[in-house]
Design a binder for this molecule. Structure first.
Ligand SMILES: [Cu+2]
Length: 131
């Protein structure tokens, strides 16, 4: 009846469950960057976005159709930028500098992120809802 092999595979299955549980816990409580989504509204078609490290100070931007001007303040020591997926132009700033760029956006949902390799994956991204 008892077989060491079956016992071992049961133990491996148990370890797998523990690892999966830890991964879920990690998603829920990792410093709160994703939990506390910050929404800002562009005023008169303009908004200031600041980043520190690989994190913008806003996750979701609400705007009206038309001119959308971003004053991007890079508070980090290295280069970062503010780029809108599938749109032309970029607000690109060296460390400690500020860059401004203006887009003309129609209604829709856009994705913004930093194009420096790896930064989007580290959370330097967000969305713009134009309506
Ligand atoms: Cu970046």
């Amino acid at each position: 009846m008892w077989s060491p092999r079956a016992n071992q595979s049961r133990r491996i299955a148990l370890i797998g469950l523990v690892v999966a549980g830890a991964t879920f816990a990690g998603c829920g409580g990792d410093g709160g960057d994703d939990d506390e989504a910050v929404t800002k509204t562009a005023s008169g078609g303009k908004i200031t976005v600041t980043s520190e490290g690989v994190d913008y100070d806003v996750d979701k931007i609400l705007a009206e159709p038309g001119e959308f001007e971003v004053t991007y303040v890079n508070d980090d020591s290295q280069q970062h930028n503010f780029f809108i997926a599938d749109e032309d132009g970029i607000a690109d700033a060296a460390g400690g500098e500020t860059a401004t760029y203006s887009w003309d956006l129609t209604a829709g949902t856009y994705k913004f992120f930093c194009t420096i390799p790896g930064h989007e994956a580290q959370g330097m991204k967000g969305s713009i809802v134009v309506e």
